[in-house]
Design a protein around this ligand. Structure first.
Ligand code: AMP
Ligand code: MN
Ligand code: MN
Ligand code: MN
Length: 276
């Protein structure tokens, strides 16, 4: 089964519309698709309609920003009711600080000799409610300060570099509560990306499971092949369902296209077996 349950449209920090993504997923052979924009579900109805018109199965999705042990983690929600007020209002609360954070990012970039970043990033943000660091990264590429967004995230916008602003998102428990409250299942996104010790990761899995979380991403565009094996083992050890998703944002920026990852190992329970 070619499931791609993680990607971004221009409703958050992707560059394609939900309709363009649906078509691309379908053309790449995706059987089950989910659009998982950051902290926003405004693209869900469009994604679902476009997917169904193409005869592709659709699962509602979102990627929620969470602060845990002072770090930003991402929790993916799948298969929820996109109109449920607990999720709609929860996501709204964490979106609110983004413009203020954007002003502070721009202020730091100005100190570093880069003017105009707030307006410049806003121009890249199709949805004014979702100003992301990715939009700043695109502005820095446009201004020829960096050659790629990858290069931006090595020199700017990350801890210890100009343009990094500490931000508090949802708690781990809140993210799971909103997703489950809206009838969905919760998945830890790209666990291989977090700078946590093994002990801290085990504590994350334990707390996530205790909160009612269901799964982890094993096959993702953010993992190396070695990490596919590592997190397949974690899924088995903790009894997690496994997910697969490209984390596609843009044809030029993303290294992995929609639907183009290796399949989930057959020894794992796919998260979509929980969703009907
Ligand atoms: P935000 O939610 O505004 O903090 O933006 C986070 C987004 O920036 C992520 O979803 C990625 O799309 C992008 N991003 C963050 N860190 C990196 C990185 N190291 N390399 C590439 N993209 C990154
Ligand atoms: Mn992103
Ligand atoms: Mn993420
Ligand atoms: Mn993502």
């Amino acid at each position: 089964m070619n499931a791609d349950l993680h990607c971004h449209s221009d409703v958050s920090d992707g560059t394609l519309s939900p309709e363009e993504l649906a078509l691309r997923a379908h053309q790449n052979g995706v059987d089950i698709w989910s659009l998982t924009d950051h902290d926003v579900i405004g693209g869900q109805a469009r994604a679902q309609t476009a997917a169904h018109e193409l005869g592709m199965r659709y699962i509602p999705g979102v990627e929620i920003s969470v602060t845990w042990l002072g770090q930003t983690l991402h929790i993916v929600g799948l298969g929820f009711d996109p109109l449920h007020p607990i999720l709609v209002s929860g996501l709204q609360t964490i979106r609110l600080g983004r413009n203020q954070r954007g002003q502070e990012i721009a202020e730091q970039l100005l100190q570093a000799g880069i003017p105009g970043a707030f307006a410049g990033a806003r121009k890249h943000a199709v949805n004014p409610d979702l100003l992301s660091r990715t939009h700043f990264a695109r502005y820095l590429v446009e201004q020829k300060i960096c050659r790629s967004t990858d290069e931006v995230f090595k020199n700017f916008l990350v801890e210890g570099k100009p343009g990094y602003v500490d931000h508090v998102w949802a708690t781990l428990a809140q993210s799971v509560e909103w997703i489950l409250g809206a009838g969905g299942v919760a998945v830890i996104a790209h666990p291989g990306r977090y700078r946590l010790s093994d002990l801290q990761k085990n504590e994350l899995y334990r707390q996530f499971k205790e909160a009612g979380g269901h799964g982890i991403e094993v096959i993702t565009g953010s993992h190396t092949p070695k990490q596919y094996d590592e997190y397949a083992k974690v899924a088995k050890a903790f009894g997690f369902y496994a997910s697969r998703g490209s984390d596609f944002h843009d044809p030029q920026e993303s290294h992995i296209d929609l639907g183009k990852l290796p399949l989930l190992p057959s020894s794992l329970q796919p998260i979509w077996s929980l969703l009907h």
